[in-house]
Design a protein around this ligand. Structure first.
Ligand SMILES: NC(=O)C1=CN([C@@H]2O[C@H](COP(=O)(O)OP(=O)(O)OC[C@H]3O[C@@H](n4cnc5c(N)ncnc54)[C@H](OP(=O)(O)O)[C@@H]3O)[C@@H](O)[C@H]2O)C=CC1
Ligand SMILES: CC(=O)C(=O)O
Ligand SMILES: [Mg+2]
Length: 761
């Protein structure tokens, strides 16, 4: 464990250890490369490699544009840094910048389906850096420069733009400028100001600051009303200390010399400098209804809490995701490159940047539809001081920004492949959204709004303790750890887990005053099922699943998670002794498989061994219900080895009968079957059955039996590289989730969040 500093302690939503574990668990780091073509047979090899590969080689040599058709270039962006200005942490070198750069690459993929690789260039020499990057053009559709200190970044970007015919975009400059400009447009609107008369002070005169100032000036902000400050104070005409040509370009005639002087009476403060640079007194001296964008990362120039202590009329934004109004370039770079790549833009020019800023600003003013509201902390946001800019998880960003950028590229003549049908382009963009982000995010955000008490039944297990801490840290509610306190504290001490955080509660069944109530409750349920009173006492005293499930049944907790120490079916039996199915429902297990941007729900992966036709129909209904609750329009395929009667067989007959039962029940979701998995999942194969009632490929798969459900999800996970969540228990009267015995901390936290979500939000 490395030494922690103040900024580690300031991380309220995650601990330093969690951050390290997140990066080291499983395959270290955040990225891997996966092929898009099979490389399985001699023929594949002949096509992909020699001799077949010679054909596209020659085609590209003849017409370089065909590289976009035959290689990954057109969707590939390099994130390149030398680590000389990593976030606001300073010059920590190329290697130390790698976690940030991997992170940026992942965000490219997650948010905009842009493939990306990080490249860390180990030099502080501008010439060496430029020479290294300038020859990489053939590999990429765009270059995203990141965390390179000023003024080197200006020279590097300028020189690379001159010699490369693909977009070269320094994210800390232009990404930040676009987002800050969008936020500023809206904050000015809300406070009744305009670009002509507003007085702005920008602290920091590096990469991000200079670009922000340049962009807002290009948008019409009055240059005479902007004061730039750096570590030496105000940048005035004639200053010589610590100057460079980029600072000089924004120097103004003024007698003001310090940030304190400059900020007095200012309408807007832009912070692109360092933690704590704006004091309370400075905030006090600003004009009425001041606009404060404290954008330094990870710790802002001043926190929203500190501003709130001084005045309640300020609009405050930071670069962080744990406060409202996150002004951070993550809102920009994935979508700006998406638009630029899609029209094969040769550059990203001012018109494209302004179009992105305006699109972003407009989005915040639009009503937030239901499926978007879930992406927001708190209630449905409405344009106002606490919502001047959309959050990164807003699913509308992928449609709104790339279109604006692509249009501007076409209008300014830098698009090498103009898009003719923008409506169709908009639909393609929405389809690129990876549902995993929005699905889990939606669950977490809803729970955060209505936190829940979740009992972690196997509280003495290390993973349970870690998960409970993560649950509490993420403000999902109270995590109740069940077990012997002394043992838990000993383990926690040894493993460096802090159980003294708010939101953690320890309950020892043996010492609990509720033992009597739970025993009476359970005895009433089990007395006619062969259990004596003392058997039930033993269950409550000695068995944590029974104790935890009784807690939930009697309302002492909202939900529970278990599963690490007992196999799934045993844990489920324990729970079922205490909790029934919801009236009119059937208890089933649904696994969520997330694979290459697709999400499918698979059922029943937990309970019914060999379901009857009636049971299959129930399973379809329960799974469709879960799909709806997760925000999907269910398209349910009842799977078999046969498709619509061929080949015939007894097992397929049962599935066909289930479809007829659903017909009779007149359910309100799309379903069809029986069909084979490829028919359900592959649009081209489905086309061979034009009468199929599904409007698209299936997103809910009802398996004919438990063995096929279990085998296929495990194969998806192990061979298909899918992330599989679950099985989630559906249909119980109270909220319980059972993790697998091999679950990692993150799986358990997901399960706990899902238990909390199902407990009612
Ligand atoms: N929210 C967002 O999306 C983004 C935020 N940022 C944040 O902005 C900050 C600057 O990043 P970047 O421009 O890339 O870095 P640079 O190294 O290019 O520039 C840093 C600038 O900040 C100035 N500075 C540092 N400390 C102080 C201080 N205490 N008071 C006044 N000025 C100070 C420096 O002054 P001098 O010139 O005198 O050395 C320099 O001008 C970082 O905290 C970074 O995390 C950056 C990009 C995006
Ligand atoms: C967000 C970002 O890019 C930075 O702080 O450097
Ligand atoms: Mg950066």
């Amino acid at each position: 464990m490395p030494a922690t500093d103040k900024s580690d302690r300031a991380m309220t939503s995650v601990t330093a250890q969690e951050a390290l574990d997140f990066h080291s668990q499983g395959r270290p780091g955040k990225l891997e490369i996966s092929p898009t073509k099979p490389m399985a047979t001699q023929r594949d090899l002949s096509l992909a490699y020699s001799p077949g590969v010679a054909v596209p080689v020659k085609a590209i040599a003849e017409d370089p544009q065909t590289a976009y058709d035959y290689t990954a270039r057109g969707n590939m962006v390099a994130v390149i840094s030398n680590g000389t200005a990593i976030l606001g942490l300073g010059n920590l070198g190329a290697l130390a910048s790698k976690p940030v750069m991997e992170g940026k690459s992942v965000l490219f993929k997650r948010f905009a389906d842009v493939d990306s690789i990080d490249l860390e260039v180990d030099t502080e020499s501008v010439d060496e850096f430029v020479n290294c990057v300038r020859f990489l053009g053939p590999s990429f559709g765009g270059i995203n420069l990141e965390d390179i200190k000023a003024p080197d970044c200006f020279i590097i970007e300028q020189r690379l733009r001159e010699v490369m015919d693909i977009p070269v975009f320094h994210d800390d400059q232009h990404g930040t400028a676009i987002i800050a400009a969008a936020g500023l447009i809206n904050a000015l609107t809300l406070t009744g100001r305009d670009f002509k008369t507003t007085r702005l002070v920008c602290n920091g005169a590096g990469a991000a600051a200079i670009a922000c100032i340049e962009l807002i000036k290009a948008m019409g902000f009055n240059p005479d009303n902007i004061i730039l400050c750096d570590t030496k104070g105000v940048i005035y005409k004639g200053r010589t200390d610590g100057m460079n040509q980029w600072k000089s370009a924004h120097a103004i005639e003024t007698d003001l010399r310090t940030l304190v002087d400059a900020v007095e009476g200012a309408d807007v403060f832009f912070g692109l400098s360092a933690k704590g640079a704006l004091s309370s007194d400075m905030v006090r001296s600003m004009a009425p209804r001041p606009i404060i964008f404290a954008m330094a990362n990870p710790d802002p120039e001043i926190t929203p809490e500190e501003v709130a202590e001084i005045r309640d009329d300020a609009i405050v934004a930071t670069g962080r995701s744990d406060y409202p109004n996150q002004v951070n370039n993550v809102l920009g770079f994935p979508y700006i490159f998406r638009g630029a790549l899609d029209v094969r833009a040769s550059t990203i020019n001012d018109a494209m940047k302004i179009a992105a800023a305006e699109a972003l600003a407009s989005l915040a003013k639009e009503d937030v539809p239901d499926d978007v509201a879930a992406a927001y902390q708190g209630n449905r946001p409405r344009f106002g001081p606490h919502y001047i800019i959309p959050v990164p998880f807003d699913p509308r960003l992928i449609s709104a920004i790339p279109i604006a950028v692509a249009k501007a590229a076409m209008e300014t003549g830098v698009a090498r492949k103009p898009i003719t049908d923008l409506a169709a382009y908009g639909r393609q963009l929405s389809a690129r959204r990876d549902p995993i982000a929005s699905t889990l995010q939606r669950i977490y955000e809803r729970v955060r709004r209505q936190p829940k008490r979740i009992v972690f039944a196997e509280g003495e297990e290390v993973q349970m303790m870690r998960s409970a801490v993560a649950y509490a840290n993420q403000q999902l509610g109270t995590a109740i750890l069940l077990g012997r306190e002394e043992q838990m504290r000993e383990t926690a001490e040894r493993e460096g887990i802090d159980l003294n955080r708010p939101g953690i509660q320890i309950v020892n069944a043996r010492l609990s005053k509720r033992v009597g109530a739970y025993t009476d409750y359970l005895y009433a349920r089990l007395q006619r099922r062969g259990y004596l009173f003392r058997d039930v006492q033993r269950l409550i005293n000695n068995d944590r699943n029974h104790f935890a499930a009784s807690m939930v049944a009697l309302g002492d907790a909202d939900g529970m998670v278990t599963g690490l120490t007992r196999n799934y079916s045993t844990a489920l039996e324990d729970v079922r002794r205490c909790i029934d199915a919801k009236p009119g429902h059937r208890v089933i297990g649904v696994s969520i498989a997330l694979c290459r941007g697709r999400t499918v729900l698979v059922a029943d992966t937990a309970v019914h061994d060999m379901p009857t036709a009636e049971e299959l129909a129930d399973i379809a209904e329960e799974a469709a219900g879960l799909a709806k609750r997760l925000g999907y329009m269910p398209r349910v395929a009842l799977l078999a080895y046969s498709t619509f009667g061929h080949p015939s067989g007894e097992r397929s007959e049962r599935v066909r009968e289930a479809v007829k039962i659903l017909d009779r029940r007149r359910v309100d979701f799309e379903y069809d079957g029986e069909m084979a998995a490829d028919v359900a999942l592959n649009a081209r194969v489905m086309e061979q059955y034009p009468f199929c009632r599904l409007s698209g490929t299936a997103n809910v798969l009802v398996m004919p039996a438990f063995h096929s459900a279990s085998i296929s999800t495990k194969m998806l996970q192990e061979l298909g590289g899918s992330m599989v969540i679950g099985p989630l228990l559906v249909g119980l009267d109270k909220s319980v989730q059972i993790a697998s015995m091999s679950a990692k901390d993150s799986d358990i936290v997901n399960m706990a969040a899902i238990a909390a979500y199902n407990a009612g939000t």
